[in-house]
Design a protein around this ligand. Structure first.
Ligand SMILES: [Mn+2]
Length: 467
């Protein structure tokens, strides 16, 4: 080999090794995903097959897509993070090879990978994800499978919002192929229901490996909230506060946020799914921040409401205290056996009493005007995670506890209450006889928030040129 080529080859080799060394090492293991597939198979009825698809890609701007986000069920069962994939899970071993699962992935392609990033391909799916039967997506159409021989074909809702394409290996072609092979013209409700029953049952209980990632995503989200509590002031914009969260998440290795952040000051804090985050000054108002990171797929969901100038007014404090008390009362019933619906009933009861005491309402039913949402949802790979909401709490479930009070301007009460919006949201791990608040690291008591606000943040020292 000529010296030049040798140099080139050694540079290439060192790049390969280097790039692999610098990837996160705490992803879910292939054994985890394999275990989840086994658990899924155990819940399947006799002589059935389950079919799971990747999520479609979404256009951000003309020929640019949003950063891809995998279907959490696909990620949970395989660890595969790329689009255009199908997973087949069989209750009984199939064919002479006796396989129980087949994964179809994107084919490796040097030219495409140069444009849109590395692909795992067949070999990667075998070595990194632990599959033995893997094909390229375009081979699904010719794959010999007779769906009619199964008593049940189990699948989730089939997305109809997929861009049409002639490309034989993209999701559009895969879905078309599946529908024709399985002779599906309209989805069978019982197939979708059965799929969801199985995924709800599995995903509502977190395994030890998942708990490690859940603890991490919640912890670093709390650090971000605390940093904003220290850094914030009346001159900061909503978007800049949002940016501090984003920076802290990424500093600790999170991919980003588990949902669009809600960072709303004053009246904006009364808009439940506010997402503009574009007020140029927070001013001397309350700032409601509902922001949580996504770490290796797992979402935190933490809300803190803080006074931008570091001190709650008497009215803000009175509303804040009701929400805090509601949370405390709900925590008391967080343990195995409590019906999940009871959490919201308890929060509503405390909020209604508090609002009546302040003279904001007279009839407990009117509490709904100022507390229009539920108190709790499952948390995990989806921020509103899968689980059985009509069931009872079980050990190793994680749910949010997030009461709130929102009093928009022109509400039918003394105007001193107008534009106060408060939500406090924590991520609660259920234990046998009690609970653990995973987000306890970020203060909830108004006195503790005021004390933390007195501290300086690293972000206060950052200086940028004026433009
Ligand atoms: Mn939430």
């Amino acid at each position: 080999m000529k010296p030049f080529l040798l140099l080139f080859a050694s540079l290439f080799l060192s790049f390969q090794i280097h790039s692999q060394e610098n990837l996160p090492t705490d992803y879910l293991s292939k054994e985890f995903h394999k275990g989840r597939r086994e658990a899924f198979r155990n819940l399947m009825p006799a002589n059935s097959v389950a079919v799971v698809f990747s999520y479609p890609e979404r256009v951000f701007s003309k020929d640019i897509n949003y950063n891809y986000h995998q279907n959490p069920d696909m990620y949970y069962l395989t660890g595969y993070k790329e689009p255009d994939a199908i997973l087949l899970l069989f209750k009984e071993p199939q064919g002479t090879e006796k396989y129980t699962e087949v994964l179809f992935v994107r084919e490796r392609n040097a030219n495409r990978e140069m444009w849109t990033g590395r692909r795992l391909g067949i070999e990667g799916a075998k070595s990194k994800l632990g599959f033995t039967t893997v094909y390229n997506g375009q081979d699904f159409n010719a794959f010999a499978i007779d769906f009619k021989k199964f008593d049940k074909v189990i699948y989730d809702e089939i997305s109809t919002n997929v861009t049409a394409s002639n490309n034989p290996d993209n999701l559009y072609a895969l879905l078309k192929s599946f529908k024709s092979k399985a002779e599906i013209t309209t989805e069978k409700e019982e197939s979708v229901e059965l799929f969801r029953k199985i995924t709800n049952t599995l995903r509502e209980i977190k395994t030890p490996e998942e708990l490690v990632l859940m603890r991490k995503t919640v912890k670093l989200s709390c650090i971000a909230h605390n940093e904003v509590m220290k850094a914030v002031g009346p001159d900061m914009s909503e978007n800049e506060a949002d940016g501090i969260h984003a920076y802290v998440h990424r500093h600790y290795g999170a991919e980003g946020e588990g949902y669009p952040p809600i960072v709303g000051a004053g009246a904006n804090g009364c808009i439940l799914h506010y997402g503009d985050n574009n007020a140029t000054k927070i001013d001397n108002q309350l700032l409601l921040m509902d922001v949580g990171s996504e770490y290796h797929g797992y979402s935190a969901d933490v809300t803190r409401t803080i006074p931008a100038n570091g001190k709650f007014t008497e009215e803000q404090k009175a509303i804040y205290q009701i929400v805090y008390d509601a949370q405390e009362e709900v925590f008391k019933i967080c343990k195995e056996g409590t019906p999940i619906q009871d959490l919201n009933a308890k929060a509503k009861e405390v909020i209604a009493k508090g609002l009546i005491k302040l003279g904001i309402i007279t009839n407990p039913e009117d509490a709904r005007k100022y507390y229009p949402h539920g108190c709790s949802h499952f948390l995990g790979l989806d921020v509103h995670d899968k689980g059985n909401y009509m069931g009872s709490l079980k050990e190793n479930m994680i749910l949010t506890v997030e009461p709130g009070i929102y009093i928009p301007a022109n509400s039918n009460c003394d105007k001193k209450w107008w534009n106060i919006g408060v939500r406090i949201e924590d991520d609660i791990l259920m234990l046998k006889d009690s609970y653990e608040n995973l987000s306890a690291e970020s203060p909830r008591k108004w006195q503790e928030i005021e004390a933390l606000a007195k501290q300086k943040s690293t972000f206060n020292e950052m200086k940028f040129p004026k433009i």
